[in-house]
Design a protein around this ligand. Structure first.
Ligand SMILES: [Zn+2]
Length: 156
């Protein structure tokens, strides 16, 4: 049986429908473009076409890839701490909004500081979590490689 799903990506205002066949084997299931319900301003030049669908899939993949690179390289960062947006020319800007430390984390930091001891290695990275300039450069180099030159940047 052919199913139709509606999708509104978080990367633009398009709303599209695609179909998939539940009788196809799991590994061979593909999403086929069906139609646009809404075409956003970013993708308006494609009109409501399959090319427009491919373009929004690419956008969505690029954004997810940038976040995945960051999480893969620096696993102490939590997914919910990564914010993102686009510049007017559709480059991805990533922002790190670290959650507040838990009271026990603050207490741990204070205790080790009072003792004049380094933090235990399993806690050190989480408690001193800000990325260095070198680490940010490293993420940018990987993004340039995977997404194209200067398509994604950490800006805050
Ligand atoms: Zn769109």
């Amino acid at each position: 049986m052919i199913h139709t799903n509606r999708w509104s990506p978080d990367t633009c205002g398009c709303v599209v429908e695609y179909t998939w066949d539940d009788e196809a084997p799991q590994e061979a299931r593909i999403h086929r473009y069906a139609r646009h319900i809404t075409v956003c301003d970013v993708h308006a030049h494609h009109g409501g076409t399959e090319d427009g669908y491919r373009a929004l899939l690419d956008d969505h993949r690029q954004k997810n890839m940038a976040i995945a690179i960051l999480l893969h390289e620096y696993p102490h960062i939590e997914y919910g701490e990564i914010g993102w947006s686009y510049t007017p020319d559709r480059k991805i800007e990533l922002r790190l909004n670290y959650r507040a430390l838990e009271p026990w984390e603050d207490a741990l930091k204070e205790t080790f500081a009072a003792l004049g001891q380094p933090l235990p290695p399993q806690h050190e990275r989480r408690l001193n979590r800000a990325l260095t300039a070198e680490e940010i450069d490293h993420v940018h180099a990987l993004c340039d490689l995977q997404l194209g030159s200067e398509q994604a940047r950490i800006v805050g």
